[in-house]
Design a protein around this ligand. Structure first.
Ligand SMILES: [Fe+2]
Length: 340
């Protein structure tokens, strides 16, 4: 059955042929247009793309064989039926290998032409339907993946908050660290995507503490080397927990958040600007918040003491660019006026 919205462009250098085909196919209900050269065909398609082109293989000037790839690349949903003399069917078959859907032989059997058109347009409808279903399916899978990702991220965030809530020393640490990190990020002019990574990396940076022995973490005295090494596993453990739902940059940010700028940290493999920028930002934000909060082994430092530590650590523990951006933010002032 002809679909009235389907248009056919008939391309042949002989006007008698295009007229004959137009008459037959118009009677079948198709909207037809004629072109007597490749150039005319392209001009018509640019104004009014057709669902189907019947294309003469041999034409003076640019031939149908040359025109076929141009049509297929500019209008990929347009089907092409090659029209050829019986003696040259091998050329038409070659055209089918290059993207044409069918071929018809001259002199035409008009009923066969109509059948080929019907079959080709039917195949086109089916192809478009499959394509649309595929697109719809991909969209649905994408939405579901995103929903699952958000759910999982929310669950990890809840885990971080509950870890902090049961520890009187770290309550609110991730939230405050995130605020400071974002203030540094915006001072440094980070892009929206970078800021989003910075936010997630900061919120989740200590999730790996779930694997840390609470007795060691809350030990009032100085840690032994072994105890310190045990606490530091949280960076790698945390990176492993979030890996399935965040991008690689957030994973690296968590993995490297205790890296020192000069490369002297525990089992550190990168240094300086090779440490991801978001991790260098988190290092300053995390340390500042930790210094200005009570810890089992010491009381909170005053703002002046903490700023003194940041200054002392600039270039060794901290990236100087990040440390200087931090000092320009309102974070130190905020900490001076509000209790953690
Ligand atoms: Fe940490």
């Amino acid at each position: 059955m002809a679909n009235l919205e389907e248009r056919i462009l008939i391309v042949d250098d002989e006007g008698a042929i295009t007229r004959l085909l137009r008459q037959k196919l118009s009677r079948k209900g198709y909207g037809c247009e004629e072109a007597n050269s490749a150039e005319q065909a392209l001009a018509r398609l640019r104004i009014n793309p057709a669902e189907l082109v019947i294309l003469d293989v041999k034409m003076p000037g640019k031939s149908g064989i040359e025109l076929l790839p141009e049509i297929k690349s500019s209008w990929p949903d347009t089907m092409v039926i090659m029209a050829t003399a019986v003696a040259e069917t091998s050329v038409a078959i070659e055209c089918m290998k290059r993207g044409a859907e069918d071929y018809i032989c001259k002199p035409f059997d008009l009923n066969e032409v109509a059948l080929s058109v019907e079959r080709t347009l039917g195949a086109r409808r089916l192809q478009l339907e499959i394509k649309e279903n595929h697109r719809h399916l991909e969209e649905k899978v994408g939405q579901q993946t995103e929903e699952t990702r958000k759910l999982f991220l929310g669950a990890i965030e809840a885990l971080v908050l509950s870890l902090e809530a049961k520890d009187k020393y770290t309550g609110g640490h991730s939230r405050r660290t995130t605020e400071i990190a974002l203030a540094i990020g915006s001072e440094l002019g980070l892009s929206t995507d970078d800021m989003e990574d910075l936010r997630w990396g900061s919120l989740l940076h200590d999730v790996g503490k779930i694997a840390v022995d609470q007795l060691i973490q809350n030990k009032p005295g100085t840690l032994t080397r072994q105890e310190y090494e045990h606490i530091m596993i949280h960076a790698n453990v945390g990176a492993g927990i979030v890996r399935p739902v965040v991008n690689e940059r957030v994973v690296e940010m968590i993995e490297h958040h205790h890296d020192r700028f000069d490369g002297s940290g525990l089992r550190q493999v990168v240094a300086g600007n090779d440490i991801p920028l978001v991790a260098r930002i988190l290092a300053v934000a995390d340390t500042f918040d930790a210094m200005t909060s009570d810890r089992p082994y010491r009381s909170a430092m005053s703002l002046e003491e903490a700023l003194g530590e940041i200054n002392r650590g600039t270039g060794t523990q901290f990236d100087p660019v990040v440390a200087s951006a931090f000092l320009k933010t309102k974070a130190p002032k905020n900490r001076g006026s509000t209790k953690p």
